[in-house]
Write a protein that binds this ligand. Structure first.
Ligand SMILES: C[S@@+](CC[C@H](N)C(=O)[O-])C[C@H]1O[C@@H](n2cnc3c(N)ncnc32)[C@H](O)[C@@H]1O
Length: 245
């Protein structure tokens, strides 16, 4: 599935304004550093915020994303030359190549069907070396986070570098079998309006554990919050560390 928000250059340019470095990134940096690793995959690297920061820390980083305009923005950033960028998804991953793989900002939820997720995990299993880790975040469906998405509190006004503004908000259009679909709205101060549709899959802890075990990537730990709290923390996350057998 193509997600417009990562492919429309005017909307892509908003991403880093809307989602700057945060405690999420601190978590992934710390978790990665918990064990020695050299070759690191950032799958769904988007505009490259974390991939470039990890390369600056000395990792050999490969950033993979199917959205060309997001990768184009990533490639223009300072430090981008230290990262290997590949346009595509898990089908492009080289075998036996990585000591760790990350999927951050809920990339795992973009694999909506069970079949897509199983295929992605099988590809990741092939790309990881034995003993390598897969570290990712996924929202806990019990927190029902989507119920907050189209509230007034979630309407944001971004100040743009050109002096203009963009108001962005989300509308949930359906919730079916753990798949939450919605429309992102962008209203620029010059009158331009854009929309992008999106479907994200919310998997239960049991579903995540089963899919990972099936792929030969059994779960080692799942935290529930960004400071490594147990599952059920109000952060509403599953922060998963799995390891290739
Ligand atoms: C919310 S963004 C996260 C970007 C980045 N990881 C970050 O932390 O800012 C989700 C990213 O997942 C990418 N994506 C969507 N479907 C994907 C797929 N099938 N394989 C890999 N990446 C995918 C999108 O293009 C987008 O860049």
């Amino acid at each position: 599935m193509h997600h417009g928000e990562f492919r429309d250059p005017r909307v892509v340019a908003l991403y880093d304004l809307a989602f700057p470095w945060s405690r999420d990134d601190d978590f992934f940096v710390a978790e990665l550093a918990a064990e020695p690793a050299r070759d690191v995959l950032d799958l769904g690297c988007g505009t490259g915020r974390l991939a470039i920061a990890l390369a600056a820390r000395g990792y050999a980083v490969t950033g993979v994303d199917p959205a060309g305009p997001s990768l184009a923005l990533a490639r223009r950033k300072p430090g981008a030359e230290a990262v290997t960028w590949i346009e595509g998804s898990t089908e492009v991953l080289p075998p036996d190549a990585f000591d760790a793989a990350l999927m951050t900002s809920h990339v795992a939820q973009f694999f909506v069907t069970d079949r897509d997720f199983a295929t992605a995990l099988a590809d990741l299993h092939r790309a990881l070396r034995p003993g390598a880790r897969l570290i990712f975040d996924a929202r806990n469906p019990d927190a029902r986070g989507w119920e907050q998405w189209d509230t007034a509190a979630n309407r944001r006004t971004l100040r743009l570098p050109d002096g203009g503004t963009c108001v962005m908000w989300s509308e949930v259009t359906s919730v079916v079998d753990g798949a939450v679909s919605g429309t992102q709205h962008y209203e620029f101060s010059d009158g331009d309006r854009r929309t992008a549709t999106l479907t994200l899959r919310f998997r239960t802890e049991a579903e995540l554990r089963a899919a990972l075990a099936e792929a030969g990537l059994p779960v080692e730990t799942i935290y529930g919050g960004w400071n490594r709290e147990p599952i059920g923390h109000p952060d509403g996350e599953f922060l998963v560390v799995a390891r290739r057998r």
